[in-house]
Design a protein around this ligand. Structure first.
Ligand SMILES: Nc1ncnc2c1ncn2[C@@H]1O[C@H](COP(=O)(O)OP(=O)(O)OP(=O)(O)O)[C@@H](O)[C@H]1O
Length: 248
């Protein structure tokens, strides 16, 4: 369904020598199947979020291509409604002047297809993320962090996307709320068969929800393993990363 082929990306380095480039992604290739949950783990600065932004079409690769069902993702029409995102910073993900109902409706309004939002659909989406329909008229400042992230998830699934990029989506939440959101995501995936690209620092969270895990290092894939073989990673770096996480 999603095919990332030989993708590289550089940014201009800031400072005196503006022409210097920092290579952030280096020849990254992988595939993600329909309904699959693919985890991307790696240290801070390894390029995980950059890869997420390329998959979302927020930025373009310098070289290589990303295909969605065989078509280039650069085309906004291919992305529209098919790929959505949930980010770490849920507070800035929703317009503070929007009610929950307006926030969930926004991606539907942006779709130029004939898909119209319906009152019932909003109630159904709220129900799917475990919120009562009373939440429709609430504003973001009236919600807890976990509730706001549930609204962000309802938004993300509103267009029935085939793929959701979750970039550190549980990192800002308390431990017990993290688990609730992970369970919600698991439950939703089994119902709507959406693929997840689950970007995280947290190997345990990735192991809990993902089918496969990509270990990312300095902009490249160090190793790709199925979650049930996570203990048998081969590379020295992956072994070290796992040890560090288990010890913490
Ligand atoms: N728009 C940009 N312009 C310049 N440099 C950038 C830009 N976006 C990211 N970078 C740099 O690219 C590198 C990778 O950043 P990225 O956010 O993708 O890493 P990450 O693995 O997601 O890190 P973290 O886990 O801390 O979020 C970093 O060195 C960052 O400073």
């Amino acid at each position: 369904m999603l095919s990332v082929n030989g993708v590289s990306k550089s940014y201009n380095k800031s400072g005196w020598f503006q022409k210097d480039k920092q290579r952030v992604l280096e020849d990254v290739s992988f595939q993600c199947g329909q309904g699959e949950c693919l985890g991307i783990i790696g240290e801070s600065g390894s390029g995980k979020s950059t890869l997420g932004r390329l998959i979302l079409g927020i930025e373009r690769p310098d070289t290589g291509e990303i295909l969605f069902e065989g078509k280039r993702l650069g085309d906004a029409k291919i992305r529209a409604g098919n790929i959505s995102a949930v980010f770490q910073d849920y507070t800035s993900s929703i317009n503070p002047f929007f009610t929950v109902e307006q926030a969930i409706q926004e991606p539907l309004n942006n779709l130029k297809s004939g898909l119209k939002s319906h009152s019932d659909l909003i109630d159904d989406l709220l129900l799917q993320v475990g919120l009562h329909s009373d939440y429709r008229k609430k504003y973001p400042h009236e919600l807890s962090g976990g509730e706001t992230q549930r609204v962000c998830i309802a938004r993300a699934i509103s267009t029935s996307p085939k793929c959701i990029v979750l970039d550190e989506a549980i990192s800002s939440l308390d431990g017990s709320v993290q688990l609730q959101i992970l369970d919600l995501l698991k439950d939703l995936r089994s119902k709507i068969n959406t693929a997840y690209i689950f970007i995280t620092h947290d190997i345990q969270a990735a192991a809990y929800i993902c089918d496969r895990i990509m270990i990312f290092r300095n902009g490249s894939i160090e190793e790709m393993v199925s979650t049930d073989q996570l203990k048998d990673v081969q590379s020295h770096y992956a072994k070290k990363l796992l040890q560090m996480t288990i010890l913490n």
